[in-house]
Write a new protein. Sequence first.
Length: 265
Amino acid sequence: MDRRTFVRVIGSGVAAAACSRALPAGQRTSTTPQNPAGTRNTRAIRAVAFDLFTIFDPRSIDAAVVAELPDVGAELAKVWKSRAFEYCWIRAAADQYVPFDRILDDALTHVLAARQRELAAPARARLVDAWTELVPWPDAEQALVDLRRADLALAPLANFAPAMIERLLAQAKLRSYFAHIISTDGARSYKPAHRAYQLGVTTFGLPPEAIAFSAFGGWDAVGATWFGYPTFWVNRLGMPDEQLGVRPAATGRTLTELAAWTRQR
């Protein structure tokens, strides 16, 4: 399989999702019943692990790139995000781990060189920092409230470096909703590697079937399903299903729908 085919097969979910313009959400409204104080969660699903892009809009990065490179920023942001995740997958496949902020800087170097452009070190640092300043999706915080009221333990399970996750959640004032921070840095790999998903099992102390996984990219929905998580694909951008032989347990456009789905499990 050549590189172009490899990237197309495993990357279309994130590359397109992170770079495309969102379609209308079609969000349903729902009222979440609160558990009485002290009621123990006895449902099959006892925790939820999130890809960060189900909580934060990755298109937030684009404005930062345009600010540094007004003439080519929109196109460069799209390619940079795509190349960054290609580098994650290639390094995971070859067991050649480096932290995610290094991935971002390496991918930025490549896309700038391909366009014969340069950025000074402070500008490059601002662009990498933009990944920790993403804007939450409008439905995100209320869904987190509902999930916590349902006595579910929550954690991001993300390719971001640990400090990046902490900073991102802190700036959005969402840190208090999460019992744990799970970075694939702990596995020295990246999703969709099996050992990256295993971190959720180890951290929550629960079997895979008790942990719902909230996926943004179709590739991540497939990887989590292969691992054994009951997976909800938060397909915010209306992407087609990946053709890899499995489907997530459920699909919707919002975290509101994810929260409703967990109540049925």
